[in-house]
Design a protein around this ligand. Structure first.
Ligand code: C2E
Ligand code: MG
Ligand code: MG
Ligand code: MG
Length: 280
């Protein structure tokens, strides 16, 4: 198998690089089946407007309810999916499921939009916008209530083509967000041309926001930059009331994180929204 030797001489096992191991092949076969057998499930994490506290959006986050290994998190299987050409199928599955489940919440009267994370392969596929348009139509889900999140490094794999895919998404009325902003290799020049609607500040800058002046400076500047570029700015990884309050002072638009709510099933989300409305 492929392993990396650290300076101390220990080997770090990198399953996503390990193309031949039995475990990897086994997991890959299982992942293909999981897509077909409904073993992948979605949790939804709420996102709130910081000024009003209102929740109008959630982010769909995939989990694998593995029959023997328990609940697997994205970091356990996404690298494998991406390296094995399953990225597009995974997105198709997640998008479909998210539109069904949030469509149900919407028909119950909850005014919600949903954000879905794209895989790197999606941004290389010029057919993505028409696929997404068809899925929206199939579920009679308004395009304006869907947001697609892209990571900096997925964009940088092929900036030209990504730009075209993002343009296509805008043309069908779907909003886009640049995820984990500040943690990857997107330059300000790229940001200028990408035309995303939203910037999500990486949680590494948000976690200690109230205690670390350097983090506060970075968040402050990003909020300002987003505003001047006409983009909404969202902070992810808001874990404490102190971070929330600091974001309010900086006039950040929206916040997502354990302080507001953890990722939960679509059913739990309905109860959570009701409790929140009752408490307000
Ligand atoms: P992301 O898109 O940046 O999603 C936010 C991640 O941060 C989620 O981890 C969420 O549970 C976690 N998080 C939220 N609030 C807090 C907080 O206050 N503190 C901390 N420490 N963490 C918080 P998760 O669900 O493990 O997902 C990890 C990543 O996997 C996501 O990062 C996203 O890049 C990817 N991912 C998740 N679902 C999908 C999917 O359906 N498709 C694709 N392509 N990628 C996905
Ligand atoms: Mg995301
Ligand atoms: Mg993120
Ligand atoms: Mg993140």
């Amino acid at each position: 198998y492929e392993a990396k030797r650290t300076r101390t001489g220990h080997e770090v096992y990198l399953p996503e690089r390990d193309t031949h191991s039995r475990r990897r092949l086994e997991l890959l076969g299982e992942l293909r089946d999981a897509l077909a057998n409904d073993e992948l499930i979605l949790h939804y994490q709420p996102k709130a407007d910081i000024a009003t506290g209102e929740v109008h959006g959630v982010e769909a986050l995939v989990r694998w309810a593995h029959p023997r290994r328990g609940l697997l998190m994205p970091s356990d299987f996404l690298p494998l999916a991406d390296h094995s050409g399953l990225g597009r199928s995974l997105t198709a599955f997640v998008l479909d499921r998210a539109l069904v489940e949030i469509g149900q919440r919407r028909s119950e009267g909850f005014d919600l939009s949903v954000a879905v994370n794209l895989s790197p392969a999606d941004l290389l596929d010029l057919g993505l916008p028409s696929d997404v348009a068809r899925t929206l139509e199939r579920h009679a889900f308004p395009a304006s209530c869907l947001r697609l999140e892209v990571s900096e490094d997925a964009v940088m794999a092929d900036p030209e083509r990504s730009l075209e895919v993002l343009r296509g998404l805008r043309a069908i009325g779907v909003a886009t967000a640049l995820d984990d902003f500040g943690s990857g290799h997107v330059s300000l020049g790229h940001l200028k041309h990408l035309g995303v609607d939203e910037i999500k500040i990486d949680r590494s800058f948000v976690l200690r926001l109230a205690e670390d002046e350097r983090d506060a400076a970075i968040v402050h500047t990003t909020v300002d930059l987003g505003r001047r570029l006409g983009m909404k700015v969202v902070a992810e990884g808001v874990e404490t009331v102190e971070a929330w309050d600091a974001l309010a002072v900086l006039h950040c638009d929206e916040a997502q994180g354990f302080f507001l709510g953890r990722p939960m099933t679509a059913t739990a989300l309905a109860g959570w929204m009701r409790d929140r409305a009752a408490a307000a």
